[in-house]
Design a binder for this molecule. Structure first.
Ligand code: UT7
Length: 330
């Protein structure tokens, strides 16, 4: 196939678990209140993965919907990339379980990518380059089960996160497509989750006390400051790269971590809040699933129309931040 002039998004899909966890339920778990959570974050409820579900089953469900909406047969794909921070296994990769679920064993390369809550943007950035190389579509998925790594005794983090998956098929487009994109990272240990390893039984390690470090740890106020600055830098940088002033962005899909961060982004971009999709109220922070989940809903509800210039922007652990500006192909 000839190299495409442009790479765009051909279709989107999502999956969220059925179980809804409300702020009222959290009031019974930790010393918090519905009012505090809504005022400080905008979150009203989030979804929690069921016992029979995995990061891979959520990813596969979102992937099937994205393939259907894009009119692409699984056999046409060249790669599957899953962005996740909560893989079901250290190995094999979630993406290979998705490959298996789609009946594609042995026919393509599937791998995971870990870049905090910016993972979907990172995967899309890579897919853009893969599609540009040979014109074949790439399945890009963000899937996270944060509830499995949440310390349900820690009120400063347990009210924030939720589970879910979002997927897109990236492929060649005749018009529009990705106009500019970048990824960035810098070491910052204000947000981390340690690997749980068996220090108790290894003869080569000093005996360790059981720690709670394999739960999500976040210095909220520090990460808040980073997040607001990261979004501002992303908007400035994408505007410069594309030559399109930020006021001319038609729609903004920003990582759904906190409504106050979204409001700061809107102020900086000089666009009204109506131009930002908000579903943090219903899902909380779904990490790598956040941007494709919001994108899918924004497209489905008619907020994004063909020809619109749409910013996809995320930030998270690493720290990482990344963005892409697309002209929506429809
Ligand atoms: O996806 C990765 C990126 N993540 C983010 O972008 C998250 C960025 N951070 C944030 O969104 C906010 O910092 C939080 C929502 C996490 C926290 O909001 P904040 O306004 O920065 O609150 P804070 O951490 O400064 O805490 C203010 C007060 C403290 O009490 P004192 O010391 O003032 O008495 C906390 O102990 O609120 C208290 N607090 C709570 N109270 C009720 C912290 N968590 C809770 C809670 N319920 N769940």
């Amino acid at each position: 196939m000839a190299h495409p002039a442009r790479v765009g998004i051909l279709g989107t899909g999502v999956y969220v678990p059925e179980r809804v966890l409300t702020n009222a339920e959290l009031e019974k778990l930790v010393d918090t209140s519905d009012q505090w959570i809504r005022e400080r974050t905008g979150i009203r409820e989030r979804r929690i993965i069921g016992p029979e579900e995995t990061v891979a089953t959520m990813a596969a469900a979102a992937a099937r919907q994205a393939l259907e909406n894009s009119g692409i047969e699984p056999g046409q794909l060249s790669h599957i990339i899953v962005a996740t921070n909560s893989p079901d296994y250290l190995y094999p990769a979630v993406a290979i379980r998705v490959q298996d679920a789609l009946g594609l064993n042995g026919s393509l390369g599937a791998f995971d990518l870990q870049a905090g809550c910016s993972g979907f943007n990172y995967a899309l950035y890579l897919a853009e380059r893969l599609v540009a190389a040979d014109g074949r579509p790439v399945l890009v998925i963000g899937s996270d089960a944060n509830s499995r790594f949440t310390d349900w005794r820690d009120r400063s983090t347990c009210v924030l996160f939720g589970d879910g998956a979002g997927a897109v098929v990236a492929g060649p487009v005749a018009q529009g497509g990705i106009l500019a994109s970048f990824v960035a990272s810098s070491l910052n240990m204000k947000l981390y989750c340690e690997t749980e390893f068996n220090a108790e039984v290894s003869p080569f390690l000093p005996r360790q006390e059981t720690t709670r470090r394999h739960y999500i740890y976040m210095d909220g106020p520090e990460i808040f400051k980073f997040a607001v600055n990261a979004v501002k830098e992303a908007i400035r940088r994408i505007s410069e790269m594309s030559g399109i002033p930020r006021e001319e962005f038609d729609y903004l899909i920003i990582h759904q971590a906190n409504n106050r961060i979204l409001e700061a982004a809107a102020r900086f971009a000089k666009v009204p809040m109506e131009k930002l999709y908000v579903n943090v109220d219903r899902y909380g922070n779904t990490s790598a699933a956040s941007v494709p989940l919001a994108l899918h809903e924004a497209v489905l509800s008619g907020h994004i129309k063909p020809g619109d210039k749409v910013l996809l922007c995320s930030f998270g652990a690493g720290v990482t931040w990344a963005a892409a500006l697309l002209e929506w192909s429809g």
